[in-house]
Design a protein around this ligand. Structure first.
Ligand code: PEP
Ligand code: MN
Length: 353
């Protein structure tokens, strides 16, 4: 951290700041220029209260030199993290697709969708059981029954499953049924929830809040990592911008290369919530894979017009299959791969029906 002093600074003010820095276990490097005096702080500055030093007399400005997050940063962990989800690796060469309905509605709906997405190459089944709906009058999910169905259908079709956990007191229940804990956009800065999932061994998919900056998002990931859970995936799902007439949100494609530079954590794109319209989901998915995403999270429904949530943005299975074929070509062009072939092992035979 560099502390820039005002040009009117006195020796007493410089000494006071230097003494405070030293009293917190840091070394000081003083540089007196003709225009400005600068105090360099030597040590891991992240534990220092920037605001405190800003408030000391004679201080003009504080300039951090380290990123505010540590465990999430690529400086700390130069290699890409590959999160293992029951044998499915996320963050390696393969682009991993997670797909399924917005909400689990019935066994039939889920099984039909699961078979279709598995047959097209999806590796992980998504489905909401506890739904964070904007309106309290909208369908809130099937709760425990939804979790049971998700678990059962995941087993039947040979896919690990992902579902959202909305509160710390739901974690034990959700963890019994789900292979990944999803933290929704609305909960990105729910620090009690982040702390609590950080104490579980389960992989966590952390969605970006609608209006969150990248540093805030990485600091939210840091909450999970700093409580001992290193299996974190970041999911961009569209942010609020000034124009929301044609799409539900704006997909921040920039976030992919930015996160890849700043962090080692896998980056997943959710083109369904980002666009809000099924007819734009394929284009957004192609762009995401071209830009280096490690995976996609996509809503698929066998009959979107009857969906209990997010039907407008849900793909029908045929369109999902086309999407998979298209992103396979793009993945190849950028040195990645997408496995579009249905598995043919005996245990997964049922999905081919
Ligand atoms: C979801 O994926 O089911 C969901 C509710 O998404 P978000 O938190 O991004 O709105
Ligand atoms: Mn949804």
């Amino acid at each position: 951290m560099i502390i820039v002093m005002k040009n009117t600074v006195t020796d007493d003010e410089i000494n006071r700041v230097s003494d405070e820095v030293k009293s917190q276990g840091f070394q000081v490097h003083l540089s007196r220029g003709t225009e400005r005096t600068i105090i360099g702080v030597i040590g891991d500055e992240r534990v220092l209260e920037k605001e405190h030093f800003e408030s000391l007399p004679g201080v003009q400005e504080i300039m951090p030199v380290l990123k505010p997050y540590k465990l999430a940063s690529r400086d700390f962990h130069p290699e890409n993290t590959v999160v293992d989800i029951n044998g499915v690796g996320v963050g390696g060469r393969e682009v991993t697709v997670m797909a399924g309905p917005c909400s689990v509605e019935s066994r039939d709906q889920l099984l039909t969708t699961a078979r279709a997405v598995r047959g097209a190459g999806a590796k992980i089944l998504r489905g909401g059981a506890f739904k964070p709906r904007t309106s309290p009058y909208s369908f809130q999910g099937l709760g425990k029954e939804g979790l049971e169905l998700l678990h059962e259908v995941g087993k039947e079709t040979g896919m690990p499953v992902i579902t959202e956990v909305m509160a710390p007191d739901q974690i034990d229940l959700v963890a019994q049924y789900s292979d990944i804990l999803q933290i929704g956009a609305r909960n990105m800065q729910n620090y009690n929830l982040l702390h609590a999932v950080g104490e579980t061994p389960l992989p966590v998919l952390l969605k970006r809040g609608f209006s969150s900056k990248i540093d805030e998002w990485l600091l939210a990931a840091e909450y999970i990592l700093s409580h001992g859970n290193y299996n974190v995936m970041l999911c961009e799902r569209g942010i609020r911008t000034f124009d929301s007439k044609y799409t539900r949100n704006t997909l921040d494609i920039n976030a992919i290369p930015v996160l890849k530079e700043l962090s080692h954590l896998p980056v997943i794109i959710d083109p369904s919530h980002a666009t809000g319209k099924w007819e734009f989901v394929r284009a957004a998915s192609r762009a995401a894979v071209a830009a280096g995403a490690d995976g996609l999270l996509i809503e698929v429904h066998p009959n979107p017009s009857e969906a209990l949530s997010d039907g407008r943005q849900s793909l029908i299975p045929d369109n999902f299959t086309r999407l998979m074929q298209q992103i396979a070509v793009i993945a190849e062009a950028v040195g990645r791969s997408v496995d579009v072939h249905a598995p043919d092992s005996a245990e997964n035979e049922s999905i081919l029906l």
